[in-house]
Design a protein around this ligand. Structure first.
Ligand SMILES: Nc1ncnc2c1ncn2[C@@H]1O[C@H](COP(=O)(O)OP(=O)(O)OP(=O)(O)O)[C@@H](O)[C@H]1O
Length: 239
């Protein structure tokens, strides 16, 4: 098992003086195997992003434990923690948030190499980009000079250079038109086939989750329930 969380809870303090609180995640349990695509659905505000942030270590739970490759993530050695930070990544709904608007794409795409101490060559980056459908001409552009689909491809490229093993996809296609959405889903499937990484696919679109995911969890009232999945064969050919 690649990722496992048990008895996970998260409360946010809210209001003017932060005197009130809402418990968004309540003793949630989830597991994800290597190379698996697991869906996470739920109403807006049900806590899907919160759970994604907890599983990637970007947010601390109040209670509960998260395991990556069998090790509890708060008990990692410095080198294990460095590896965790590299191998567990998240992609958000708004790809522009991942890019400095004042930087040309080349600079943003070179940054993860620098942050994670990976040797950088433009050639290696270009080879990665071509498999993702971006080319040399895109590298000199600013984020505002790319389409939504191109920018989401760039966001995918930016995490793929780190060779992640687990990727949280937080509504990665919900801002895109249906054709671009299908292209990005297909790209993610091809990447998974080649690299064998696991996805947690967050969406409010149950039909899309059914197409893309082998197992689906539904977040209701802070608790996770695993759903039975029956793939819709008629729409499977869309992707
Ligand atoms: N940093 C925060 N401080 C206080 N409350 C927060 C914070 N982040 C999220 N919340 C609240 O927690 C709840 C869950 O938010 P979250 O973004 O996890 O839900 P979601 O299911 O991803 O929603 P959506 O589908 O609309 O993106 C919401 O009520 C939200 O307002």
């Amino acid at each position: 098992m690649l990722v496992k969380a048990v008895a996970l809870s998260k409360t946010y303090k809210i209001g003017w003086l932060k005197k009130r609180s809402i418990k968004v995640i309540k003793e949630a349990e989830i597991f994800i195997d290597k190379g698996e695509t697991v869906g996470l659905v739920g109403e807006s505000g049900s806590g899907k992003t919160t759970l994604g942030l907890l599983l990637t270590g970007l947010l601390k739970p109040d209670d509960g434990q998260i395991f990556f490759n069998g090790k509890e993530i708060t008990r990692l050695t410095p080198s294990e923690n460095k590896d965790f930070r590299r191998r567990v990544q998240i992609i958000f709904q708004h790809p522009e948030a991942a890019f400095n608007p004042k930087w040309r794409l080349i600079r943003s795409l070179a940054e993860p190499f620098r942050l994670h101490g990976i040797p950088f060559t433009e050639r290696a980056l270009l080879e990665q980009l071509e498999t993702i459908g971006l080319y040399k001409e895109h590298l000199d552009r600013y984020p505002s000079q790319l389409s939504g689909g191109e920018l989401q491809r760039a966001a995918i490229a930016r995490v793929m250079v780190l060779e992640p093993k687990f990727l949280v996809l937080d509504e990665p296609t919900s801002m895109l038109d249906v054709i671009t959405q299908a292209q990005i889903i297909r790209l993610l499937q091809e990447i998974q086939k080649e690299k064998g990484l696991a996805y947690l696919f967050i969406t409010h679109d149950l039909e899309l989750a059914r197409l893309f995911c082998r197992r689906i969890y539904c977040l209701v009232d802070g608790k996770l329930q695993e759903m039975l999945t029956v793939r819709s064969a008629s729409r499977e050919s869309d992707f």
